[in-house]
Structure formats: C-alpha cells, structure tokens
Design a protein around this ligand. Structure first.
Ligand code: DC
Length: 225
C-alpha cells in the first residue's frame, strides 16, 4: 500500500492538533504531534535547571536523553528516557522551553530521524512548524493552518480553562505572540508556509468546518494522484 503523508503546519493555537487528530482518525492515518518532541526536550532542559536559552547547556543535555513516541490505541504518548511525560509537557512553562530549544539547530537535527521514520512506516497526518518545508518536503498534501491572533488566544484560553488552569486572555495573547515571533524568526526551519501548501484560515470556521475543510483538501489531493 502506498503511504501518504499529510503535513500540517501553522502557529500555536490555530487548532492544528485537534484538526489533525480528527482528520487522521477519519482517514485511518497515524497522527503525529511533533511539538511533543520539542516539549520533551524542553522538559529535560528545565529539569536540569537550565533556562533553554544557552546553546551549550542545551547541547550538554542531548546525549543524556532518549525521546520516543509510542501509540496506545492510536493515541500518541511521548517518553523521555522511558518515562511517559505526555501530560507533564502541556504547561505554559514547557511551551516556552520547547520554543527556545527548538531554535537550536542540533535539537532539530536530533529529532529529524524519529519524525521521518514515522512517515516512512505509516500514512501520517503530522503537525508542527516545519513539516512541509523541512521534515517532509515531498509530502503528498501540505496545509498551512492559521487563524487571527485573537481567535487563537481565545481558543487557547478556553482549552486551559477546560483543564482547570487559570487563563487570562491578555496574558495568553502576549505569550502566544512572543512564541510565534520566536518560532517565525529563528534562523533554522522557521515557521512559514511551504510554497505548495494550501492555506486554511480557521478564524471564522467552527471546529467541524475546519476538519471538513482539511479533509476536503486531503481527499482532493488523493484523487489527483
Ligand atoms: O506545537 P506545539 O505548541 O506543541 O510546539 C511547541 C514548540 O515546539 C513550538 O513553539 C515550536 C516548536 N516546534 C517546532 O519548532 N517545530 C515543530 N515541528 C513543532 C514544534
């Protein structure tokens, strides 16, 4: 069977993970959340007591860690040296660490094979920042998912509140803007739309409409092949 890769990139809070997960489930593809890999490294660096900004400090951590993805009934789990850290990496603090360490070329190199291996072995819907541009430049389908900063911050706030975490819109908007700027201006693999990616703006779409829009693009691409 031919394996198909769907690359979904975009800024934080655009709905990538929810939409990509739903699309993958409908298609019977594996959903790969690559942000979890950077978050796991961010967590390892944080546990060392480093702030993630110093390249040498971050590089000193890499030889000590093994980051793996496992699937339990289609649900991705990320393990750091054998410990399942899937929940621990979902804090605003680790979001910032992930963004900082992801700007270091050696960190990106460290995570390259695990991502490409996943796509070589499975049909995937993979989300991240550089999937269509760097990780899977030959992906059959590329989508750049975005939404206005306000909409993205509102959604992230709702998500945090649902998890019982305090969230204030202006603070979420500010930290999101800072992370986006960091991700889009870094020298290596910055967040940007691949030339051949289809742009989907979810600002005025419901979640269900966004999922359908993405599925339509994937199915159209499959018909063309
Ligand atoms: O998708 P996320 O919010 O879980 O990602 C956390 C950080 O990891 C994000 O701010 C930038 C980085 N990242 C990246 O540089 N490249 C990816 N493919 C995925 C995430």
């Amino acid at each position: 069977m031919n394996r198909i890769s769907v690359a979904i990139d975009g800024p934080s809070g655009a709905g990538k993970s929810t939409i990509a997960r739903a699309a993958a489930r409908t298609l019977g593809f594996l959903y790969v959340d690559t942000g979890a890999l950077y978050r796991a490294i961010g967590l390892a660096v944080c546990r060392k007591g480093y702030d993630g900004r110093d390249r040498e400090e971050v590089l000193s951590v890499l030889p000590e860690i093994k980051v793996e993805l496992h699937y339990l009934m289609d649900i991705q789990r990320v393990c750091l040296n054998g410990e399942d850290v899937s929940e621990l990496i979902r804090t605003p603090q680790i979001s910032q660490f992930a963004s900082r360490v992801s700007a270091i070329p050696e960190v990106r190199e460290f995570l390259l094979d695990i991502q490409r291996d996943m796509a070589a072995r499975n049909s995937v819907v993979m989300d991240g920042r550089d999937i269509g541009t760097v990780i899977l430049p030959y992906a059959e389908v590329k989508i750049f998912l975005t939404a206005s900063a306000e909409k993205r911050a509102e959604r992230r706030c709702a998500e945090l509140r649902e998890r019982g975490e305090p969230a204030e819109l202006s603070a979420v908007l500010a930290s999101m803007a800072q992370r986006d700027a960091q991700d889009a201006t870094r020298a290596v693999a910055p967040l940007r739309k691949a030339r051949d990616a289809v742009l989907v703006d979810t600002s005025n779409l419901t979640l269900e409409q966004s999922i359908q829009a993405v599925l339509r693009i994937i199915r159209q691409a499959q018909q063309v092949r």
